[in-house]
Design a protein around this ligand. Structure first.
Ligand code: ADP
Ligand code: MG
Length: 686
């Protein structure tokens, strides 16, 4: 079996299973091997009922002490019983599992593994796994992989298939030069891939993981370096002369640009008029004012007769930028620009028309989602490409831009707080500008971390703010109720909140399952003030700008990463009004409290990222990640900064010695890198 073997050829995979795997992006055996566990279950020694901690997964060894009771609530069937050991008794509940009736006989002994949750003041175990004592004995102390699932696909199924692949596939040749493996003490590649799925203990897991993270970073850095080589010497085929219009726009803005904004703008202006093509990253914390810089660059481009494109990760953001650009044009009488919006929900007919206009050069400012680069858009003379919130754009997208026709200038905007040393590695192909100053007149956001009992106060606070003319966001982790999961959901929450707040305050919902059109409509209504309170999932996390919103309330804050919470908080404090952030902590865990305290202490993205890192130990590696920064599957640029630096050093040495990777010891690596960069690399000539 080779790596590209379609899943379908594995034993036990039929059409239905194949489809389920497609849903999570897996079509081949190799892709399944690279589908790393999300976390691991460790099967610990059972504890006594009396000493079991709440809100934690524990195992107990207990006797079924009563009969089984079945309760039907709407479409949820609840099966309950009480179990006992020498230390005490505990009620247990299962959901929609009628088949357990035959198993759970009064008097029999089982190991139950699950969370103990307090319900109506009494502890109870919810939906535990059930083992016979003998079965538990076999897996005790081992680590079992837990995979990300989709409905219909069980953890067992994935585990079995991964076993099957590992047991039947031929071993890989080693592709890292021996010397590098020794120097950085890296495990064998075959060992690493097997062990990351089925480690015997934490030590093994860390060893395996280190190798996989190293590989992932190494390939990334090599790819970036090769891109850099290509772009660094590229001549400026789209030279742009500075123009008065941009100066006039800056004059006409309702605010003064900050010193940092001015500096960055001048750097960009200089790049665009220079001898070489621009490849620049603009890094600035949320709210630092990156959008206006992008707009200025697009105007400059249009004034010089070139097209420019602004790409963003979400449709809501694309819409917002488009509206913002139209407003700027109107306010400042900009005649040279002809903007157009291009997103996933643009109809096929509209798209054809727009493509035609882009090809003819009738439009010169193109704003949209990735659809822009993914589809075959022919530009007349695309001179500048800007990506906003770049951490969602990976190597492949960067490549796609640089390999099409005459490569344009590239400007990348990001709010991700990456320390400079790491940014230089991760954005090795870009020059870096930093906006390290927030606009004057901004009042620091006031934060609080509170429990759920604080809600009534929060609601009357929101009511007050709305009466003062302001608006509020409430974030819930889920879209709708989900059985067995104790977290707030947008749908029910909005209904409750609407009942609590006075009728004239309009509460609406926003979430990712809504149609894009509907999302845009809601977002526009919120931006224009028709809606005062928006109950939403994290779809508002990236880039959304409604300066009149002053309250950000986050339910179940424990469920989000700190970087994500910081992004959410960045949705307020964007105007002159005092803003507030209320983090509701839905559990009592000490670790969560510590993490949230960091947010409470500071509004500075860099500080937060650094402190977050200090709090995590190696055991935390598989906890909440920094919201999927860059496109890494297993590496975390913060936690694994050391490995990233090693990989970068190794890449530097390899390329210094053998830039084209033609030496025999680099043959396997070259093959590997090719696979990684896919066919686009061919265009780079290696
Ligand atoms: P981000 O850097 O997060 O993308 P935006 O560009 O969306 O931030 O700007 C946030 C808000 O700050 C916007 O409403 C924008 O109009 C405003 N803004 C930008 N620059 C300044 C400035 N120098 N002074 C005052 N407000 C500004
Ligand atoms: Mg932004």
């Amino acid at each position: 079996m080779n790596d590209k073997t379609p899943l379908r050829e594995l034993k036990g995979v039929g059409e239905k299973t194949e489809k389920l795997f497609q849903k999570i992006g897996i079509t081949t055996a190799e892709e399944l091997l690279r589908y790393y566990p999300r976390t691991y279950d460790i099967y610990e020694e059972p504890v006594e009922i009396a000493s079991a901690e709440e809100d934690k997964t524990v195992s107990i060894r207990a006797t079924i002490a009563t009969g089984i009771y079945i309760n039907q609530i709407r479409n949820l069937q609840i099966l309950t019983t009480t179990v006992a050991d020498a230390s005490g008794r505990l009620p247990v509940a299962w959901f929609n599992a009628p088949y357990l009736r035959g198993t759970l006989k009064k008097g029999s002994v089982f190991i139950l593994r699950g969370k103990i949750i307090r319900k109506k003041g009494r502890p109870q175990m919810e939906h535990p796994e059930i083992f016979t004592p003998a079965a538990y004995e076999e897996i005790i102390h081992s680590m079992q992989p837990v995979y990300g699932l989709t409905k219909g696909l069980s953890n067992k199924m994935i585990t079995k298939l991964v076993h099957q692949i590992l047991d039947t596939r031929p071993l890989h040749g080693e592709y890292l030069p021996e010397e590098i493996r020794e120097r950085y003490q890296l495990a064998d590649a075959n060992y690493a891939i097997r062990t990351v799925h089925f480690p015997k203990n934490m030590q093994e897991l860390l060893t395996a993981r280190k190798r996989l993270v190293f590989d992932e970073f190494l390939l990334f850095v090599l790819a970036i370096q090769l891109l850099k080589e290509k772009t660094e010497e590229a001549p400026n085929t789209f030279p742009m002369k500075p123009v008065w219009t941009t100066e006039e726009i800056i004059e006409g803005l309702p605010y003064d640009l900050t010193g940092a904004q001015k500096n960055v703008w001048h750097e960009i202006e200089r790049d665009l008029s220079g001898h070489k093509l621009m490849s620049r990253l603009v890094q600035g914390d949320v709210g630092s004012g990156k959008t206006v810089i992008a707009f200025l660059a697009m105007v400059l481009s249009a004034e010089n007769g070139f097209q420019s494109a602004l790409m963003v990760p979400t449709e809501v953001l694309a819409n917002q930028h488009y509206e913002g650009f139209l407003r700027l044009m109107e306010e400042q009488n900009i005649a040279s620009c002809h903007p157009v919006l291009l997103t996933g929900s643009t109809t096929a007919r509209q798209k054809r028309e727009i493509y035609q206009k882009i090809a003819d050069g009738e439009v010169n400012v193109i704003i949209g989602t990735h659809a822009l680069i993914q589809e075959k858009v022919e530009y007349k003379n695309l001179g500048l490409v800007i990506t906003d919130e770049q951490h969602r754009f990976g190597v492949r997208q960067r490549e796609a831009l640089t390999t099409r026709g005459n490569p344009p200038h590239v400007l990348v905007m990001s709010a991700t707080p990456i320390p400079r040393t790491l940014a230089i590695i991760l954005y090795g192909d870009l020059d870096i500008s930093i906006i390290d100053e927030l606009p004057a007149k901004r009042l620091p956001i006031k934060n609080c971390v509170v429990g759920t009992s604080y809600r009534p106060k929060a609601y009357s606070f929101i009511e007050n703010q709305v009466q003062m003319g302001r608006q509020a966001y409430v974030i819930c982790p889920m879209v709708e109720e989900s059985e067995g999961l104790e977290a707030e959901n947008v749908t029910d929450y909005a209904r409750k909140l609407q009942e609590i707040l006075p009728g004239e305050i309009k509460v609406e919902i926003l979430h990712g399952k809504m149609k894009p059109k509907e999302k845009n409509r809601i977002m526009e209504a919120f931006a224009s003030g028709e809606i005062q309170v928006l109950v939403s999932t994290t779809v508002v996390e990236v880039g959304v700008n409604v300066p009149n919103a002053t309250v950000m309330m986050v339910e179940n804050a424990e469920r989000f990463g700190l970087a994500q919470l910081h992004q959410l908080r960045g949705r307020v404090g964007r105007g002159e009004h005092q803003s507030y952030c209320i983090f509701i902590q839905g559990n009592n865990e000490e670790n969560t409290s510590k993490r949230l305290k960091i947010l409470n202490e500071s509004n500075d993205g860099f500080y937060i990222a650094g402190e977050d890192l200090k709090l995590r130990g190696p055991g935390d590696l598989f906890g909440i990640r920094q919201s999927g920064l860059m496109e890494f599957k297993i590496g975390d640029i913060y936690n694994d900064a050391g490995i990233l630096k090693n990989a970068s050093e190794a890449a530097g040495e390899i390329l210094a010695l053998d830039f084209d990777l033609i030496l025999p010891q680099h043959k396997a690596l070259k093959e590997h890198l090719k696979g990684y960069m896919s066919e686009e690399l061919e265009n780079l000539g290696i």
